[in-house]
Each structure stands twice: as structure tokens, then as C-alpha cells.
Design a protein around this ligand. Structure first.
Ligand SMILES: [Zn+2]
Length: 88
């Protein structure tokens, strides 16, 4: 898999079409964090809030579950370390 391959999701399952992982997959999160450096994260967080709400509807997630999947990592320091990410 090329490292610059797009990592897009498909509703209503919200799985990455490339890695087949729950989206946003690790590769996509890294892309997002590179595109929205610290100091400009609010824009990314705005995007992810909208997606979290949509995914919560599609997947029947609570708001807390959706935030954990879509938002928590945007606040994580540089997006690595510390935060355990579910892999299945
Ligand atoms: Zn992916």
C-alpha cells in the first residue's frame, strides 16, 4: 500500500477503503495532523465534530463514543503516544 494512498471512508460503515480499519484510520489521522499543524487544529476539530455527529447516527454511537473515535486524537500531543487506539 502506497503511503500517499487516499484513506477515505464509506458510509454507513465508516471503514477506511484502503486499510479496512475504522475511520479515521492511523494513516488518515496522521495526514490530518500534518495538514492541520498545532495552532491550526481548531479547523480540523470543526471538521471532525461534524463527521462524529454523522457517524454517531450511522453507527448508533453515543456522543462520547463518537468523540473518542473522531475527536480525542486531534487534541493529543502531536497525535502520537499515550493514546490507545482500538484496532478492530
Ligand atoms: Zn486507511
Amino acid at each position: 500500500m502506497a503511503s500517499d494512498a487516499p484513506h477515505n471512508y464509506r458510509r454507513p460503515h465508516w471503514l477506511c477503503l484502503t486499510c479496512r480499519r475504522p475511520w479515521p484510520c492511523a494513516a488518515q489521522r496522521r495526514k490530518f495532523l500534518e495538514k492541520h499543524p498545532r495552532g491550526a487544529r481548531h479547523r480540523l476539530q470543526g471538521i471532525m465534530r461534524v463527521l462524529a455527529a454523522e457517524a454517531a447516527q450511522d453507527l448508533g454511537l453515543t456522543r462520547e463514543q463518537a468523540d473518542a473515535r473522531f475527536l480525542v486524537w486531534t487534541f493529543d500531543r502531536a497525535g502520537r503516544g499515550g493514546h490507545q487506539w482500538p484496532t478492530n
